[in-house]
Design a protein. Structure first.
Length: 283
């Protein structure tokens, strides 16, 4: 589904309540943004995203710029309706001119001040949802801001659902430990769930971050391959993937090793997809 296919006819006004950086100053900038929505019609569920509408005009004559962001929190049961977004400030190099350009939506969001208003649309469903069955196993693998939906999932499972009996395993990759969103010294949400018998989190970082080398996500998966492969044989296991597209290379490498061959893994993955037990959110 392309961005142009999303219905943005129903829009809401979101007021910026808080904008704070959650990564140290000497790392890539990622901010946690808190918005308040006053319209009574707006409501969201765990595992949904919203559309951010950046007013123009923009290059190529576009009157507005539209991007999707996953809601990184759970719905509040009382008080004003609020959403949290996890946003990385992006710059990119034009493949033709070689010039450096700021990402439109990410920089617009990161620069918003308290009290300023944002237009949003949605919410929209993600490619995966938390199963109703509390005995289900969840294998969540993310990189970068792909951690956002999993933060909301874990909070929902242990704060709202309760008594989750299935195994919950979170694998997360970042360039350095400081850039491990919600797992660093400034923001470490997941520590409060380490006492849960069913929850475990594993963190992978690049072996030489300053050399821009790939993150050893495949290595940390292989280190836990016995449990992972056992989970993948169970019919009540759901696999959720979120992050940049390059994450696929590490995953295919790790899972094909567990399965014994790339062919065997592709067959097993196809079964997971066909039964609704595999969901991806890649960008």
């Amino acid at each position: 589904m392309q961005l142009s296919d999303y219905d943005i006819s129903q829009q809401f006004s979101a007021v910026m309540k808080q904008n704070r950086r959650i990564t140290p100053e000497d790392t890539e900038e990622v901010r946690e943004l808190l918005f308040e929505i006053e319209e009574s019609k707006f409501a969201f569920k765990v595992g949904q995203s919203i559309g951010v509408i950046v007013p123009g005009p923009h290059d190529m004559g576009h009157k507005q710029h539209f991007r999707l962001y996953t809601i990184a929190d759970i719905p509040k049961t009382s008080g004003h309706k609020q959403i949290e977004l996890c946003v990385k400030r992006i710059t990119y190099i034009d493949e033709y001119s070689g010039e450096l350009y700021p990402g439109i939506a990410s920089n617009y969001l990161c620069d918003l001040k308290q009290g300023e208003t944002l237009k949003i649309s949605g919410p929209y469903d993600l490619p995966f949802q938390i199963p109703i069955d509390k005995n289900a196993n969840l294998l969540m693998i993310g990189m970068g801001t792909g951690i956002a939906p999993f933060r909301a999932f874990v909070r929902h499972i242990y704060e709202q659902t309760g008594s989750w009996k299935g195994k919950v395993r979170l694998f997360y990759g970042a360039k350095t430990g400081l850039e491990s969103l919600y797992m660093n010294d400034q923001q470490n949400d997941f520590t409060q769930y380490y006492d849960e018998e069913t929850f475990k989190a594993f963190n992978a970082v690049s072996p030489r971050a300053h050399w821009d080398e790939d993150i050893d996500l495949d290595k940390i998966l292989i280190d836990q391959q016995e449990e992972i492969w056992d989970l993948l044989q169970q019919t009540n296991t759901y696999v959720f993937i979120a992050g940049q597209e390059k994450i696929e290379t590490s995953l295919e490498k790790a899972f094909s090793q567990m399965a014994g061959s790339m062919t065997a893994w592709k067959e097993h993955k196809q079964q997971l997809i066909e039964t609704g037990h595999w969901g991806e959110l890649l960008y």
